[in-house]
Write a protein that binds this ligand. Structure first.
Ligand code: G3I
Ligand code: 9MR
Ligand code: ZN
Length: 546
């Protein structure tokens, strides 16, 4: 079927603008909402590739800059409508940030802020410490991780990190208002983004034990069925301490300290104290304490193969926060260890340069963001700059291999592929700060276009944003709140060649990577949502709007 794929939200006036056609057309027009032709151009044949499953033709209208509502039309086939405006992403940003509020656990969501998506208080009972004969612990609060109701220390830390690095690099994030309950601070009220992040930080404090170490997760023994959060009253368990979780919170508390100190001195001091406490535990416990699910338990594992990248992140973040050279020495040491592994693929969960990995499973890239924040002339930064630019160039080479200009490789279409892309866009965003070039900018535009509908599924992967936005996230409240539409701003995991759930088997096995997707609520391996899939998009969009 003939299709015109386009970013369904739209474009900034000055950004690159294109639609991708899966058929040949002599020419294309951009028409306004009264069907008047406002721009015409010729399409360029790109051809086939190994990710999209389409023979593509590109319609570029970057030079058209007049704000308004438009469609692209070619040989009678019309795209969905989209907008050109400098405010075009305002709603998207607000929606994506507000999702964290909707995912809050513990105290009820207030109908005043949550509207019809309100739910009652949940998961307030104390949690049993698995395998230990000690009194149960209050770890209420934070955000539900995803479509499930688990709360996981590493995943939570990484989501917070994307948001807070976003704040550090792109100050205007502090001005985004998304209608959540106000929180007082020394200076009056916290900016919304900091008020929301504080909810998760407060929870992470509770996940830290007296000795500084951190429980890996708190969940029921097995995933709840499709019920509202307040109906999920099964026993909660705190599962084992891991050095992964301990290092990640050491890092994220140090990062948070650098921001909250300008708003709430006492809170910031507590962040730094607890960060250092976690770090001391790591120093006293140099051997990796990884994580495996307890036998028979099926909630998220978030297993990693090494904790070097986590220790590197912690040391880098603490160095940036305190200026203490001991941490810099540790960071350099961990970086050396990380690069010294002879078989990198054995322990890496993602494709690409390990020092640029920014997901829950490989966090060395987050450490590099802290080093980049120092802006200092330090030796390891040379290495970081080089690795980040090399990676950005590798990504641009990928982008040149398909008509969508998408920087992804076939191998990136794994569970949560949209995060693989968003991580790459974070790398390109930083590369463009280190060494600005149009090549990086075009790759970022192409990635955002892909997320918002310019892909061979013709689907926007953010709910409520785009005429053909997906509507059926694997998300328990959405599955059972009786409301037709999910709340807006949820980023889907996206296409996954692994097709790792029962329903996903309905996708033809020979589908192109970009088409290994189904907008079905059962599809947790293709269409779940998580806090750490929303958070990198907030970072990338903040960078774009800077
Ligand atoms: O590392 C390998 C890579 O070498 C290989 O090429 C590729 C192809 O299969 O797979 C890579 O591993 C994948 C791994 O994630 C790393 O990204 C696995 O296939 C994939 O199954 C695994 O998926 C994770 C999934 O849990 C299952 O463990 C997702 O990343 C992770 O986001 C997801 O997290 C869940 C939580 O457990 C529970 N809460 C919801 C959340 C989102 O679905
Ligand atoms: O809903 C769960 C989702 O959040 C997880 O990502 C996924 C993998 O851990 O598991 C989902 O829960 C399924 C469970 O694992 C097996 N029974 C069906 C559940 C979904 O309805
Ligand atoms: Zn809850």
């Amino acid at each position: 079927m003939n299709k015109v794929f386009v970013n369904q939200v739209g474009f900034l006036t000055d950004s690159g603008k294109k639609a991708v056609l899966n058929f040949n057309a002599a020419a294309f027009d951009v028409i306004d909402d009264k069907e008047k032709v406002v721009y015409s151009g010729k399409v360029t044949h790109f051809g086939t590739d190994d990710i999209s499953g389409e023979d593509t033709y590109v319609a570029d209208f970057s030079e058209f800059k007049t704000p308004g509502k438009y469609r692209v039309v070619a040989d009678g086939t019309k795209s969905v409508s989209f907008e050109i405006a400098d405010t075009v992403y305002d709603k998207l940003m607000k929606d994506m940030c507000k999702c964290f509020y909707f995912l809050r656990c513990g105290d009820a969501l207030d109908p005043k802020y949550a509207g019809e998506y309100y739910h009652k208080p949940c998961h307030l009972s104390k949690a049993t410490v698995y395998g230990e004969d000690v009194p149960p612990v209050d770890v209420s609060g934070g955000w539900h991780d995803a479509g499930d109701y688990g709360r996981y220390s590493t995943a939570g830390s990484v989501a917070v990190a994307h948001l807070l690095y976003g704040v550090r690099f792109f100050k205007h994030l502090l001005d985004v208002k998304f209608d959540i309950p106000p929180v007082k601070c020394d200076k009056g009220e916290l900016p919304d983004i900091l008020a929301e992040v504080k909810v998760e930080l407060d929870f992470l404090f509770k996940m830290q034990r007296e000795d500084g170490s951190v429980w890996h997760k708190v969940t029921t023994f097995n995933h709840a069925p499709f019920i509202m959060p307040e109906e999920d009253t099964e026993e909660l368990f705190l599962f084992n301490v891991s050095s992964l979780a301990t290092a990640d919170i050491a890092a994220v508390f140090a990062l948070a300290y650098t921001i909250y100190k300008d708003y709430d001195k006492a809170y910031a001091d507590k962040l730094l104290t607890q960060s250092e406490k976690a770090y001391e535990w790591l120093v006293d416990n140099p051997n990796p304490l990884l994580f495996k699910n307890a036998p028979g338990s099926n909630t998220g594992e978030y297993g990693e193969f090494e904790d070097i990248s986590n220790r590197f992140w912690a040391a880098s973040a603490l160095y940036e926060a305190t200026g203490n050279k001991d941490y810099l020495g540790d960071a350099a040491l961990q970086m050396e260890r990380l690069e010294g592994f002879d078989d990198v693929t054995k322990f890496k969960l993602y494709q690409g340069e390990v020092l640029t990995c920014l997901g829950w499973g490989d966090v060395a890239g987050l450490g590099c963001l802290s080093l980049l924040l120092t802006g200092q002339d330090i030796k390891i930064l040379e290495e970081v700059n080089k690795k980040w630019l090399d990676e950005a160039n590798r990504l641009c080479d990928n982008g040149a291999r398909n008509g969508f200009g998408l920087v992804m490789d076939k191998k990136d279409f794994i569970w949560g592929s949209n995060m693989e892309l968003l991580k790459y866009l974070m790398v390109l965003t930083m590369a463009d700060r280190i060494s600005p070039t149009d090549k990086y900018k075009s790759a970022i535009y192409a990635g955002i276009d892909y997320m918002l509908g310019c892909n061979s599924m013709d689907t926007s992967y953010v709910t409520g944003n785009g005429e053909k936005a997906y509507k059926n996230p694997h998300l328990r409240p959405t599955a059972c709140d009786g409301i037709d539409e999910p709340w807006p701003g949820l980023v889907s995991g996206g296409p996954n060649r692994g097709l790792q759930d029962e329903r996903a088997k309905e996708v033809p096995a020979d589908s192109a990577p970009m088409k290994c997707y189904l907008d079905h609520i059962d599809c947790y391996s293709l269409n779940e949502i998580t806090i750490y899939w929303n958070s990198p998009f907030v970072f990338v969009l903040a960078g774009l709007l800077e």
